[in-house]
Design a protein around this ligand. Structure first.
Ligand code: GRF
Length: 199
């Protein structure tokens, strides 16, 4: 039981399918994993990831950004949930809202994101379509600390994926996603253990 007390309490923010959430839940089910998924927070009531959390017995909260007049007010509501659940680390996993600077600064060094490109290439949306349109030879994914600069924070880990002739955006996305599911749990473990710190 001593081990259980040492586990970092993690919240995962989602807006959709939550396949990365699933990878984190699966990893965290191992007794030796240094973090536990203690809360799943979605801004969408119909996000499939909420079902994944329910199945894993993890508490969920839905906070609709539409119920708040400003981005800051929405972020304050999320922050209050994090405080209630004694959260120590936040993982963004397909969370499709921009976060306000005060929230990001508060969690800087304790908030991770997964992005489907080899940053600093292809920040923002539609990464795979842009890489294919450019005729790029490789794609990949990145886990990084979140800073106010969109997809610009310090990199924790990356995985490279080849782009093959005939690839569509969907095929490439699936190949990249398989790697996302490997590197995100590992990156979270490294941060939870203090092996990787924000600088
Ligand atoms: C992933 O491609 C992730 O890199 C990006 O959003 C997608 C989320 O997918 N930030 P899922 O909801 O984890 O399946």
């Amino acid at each position: 039981m001593a081990e259980a007390r040492l586990k970092k309490r993690v919240a995962v923010f989602i807006s959709g399918s939550g396949s990365n959430l699933q990878a984190l839940l699966d990893a965290a089910s191992a007794s030796e994993y240094p973090a536990e998924i203690s809360l799943v927070l979605s801004n969408k009531a119909d996000a499939y990831g909420l079902e994944r959390a329910n199945k894993a017995g993890v508490p969920t909260v839905v906070i609709s950004h539409k119920d708040y007049p400003t981005r800051e007010a929405f972020d304050d509501a999320m922050d209050a949930e994090l405080a209630k659940a004694n959260i120590e680390i936040v993982c963004l996993a397909g969370f499709m809202r921009l976060l306000s600077e005060p929230f990001v600064r508060k969690w800087q060094g304790r908030m991770l994101n997964i992005h489907p490109s080899l940053l600093p290439d292809y920040r923002g949306l539609h990464t795979h379509a842009r890489a294919l349109a450019d005729g790029a030879g490789k794609a990949g994914c990145t886990v990084h600390f979140v800073t106010p600069e969109l997809d610009g924070g310090p990199i924790i880990s990356q995985a490279e994926v080849p782009i093959l002739s005939g690839d569509t955006g969907e095929v490439l996305a699936a190949r990249v996603l398989a790697q996302e599911h490997k590197i995100y749990p590992q990156a979270l473990a490294d941060v939870a253990l203090g092996k990787v710190t924000f600088s």
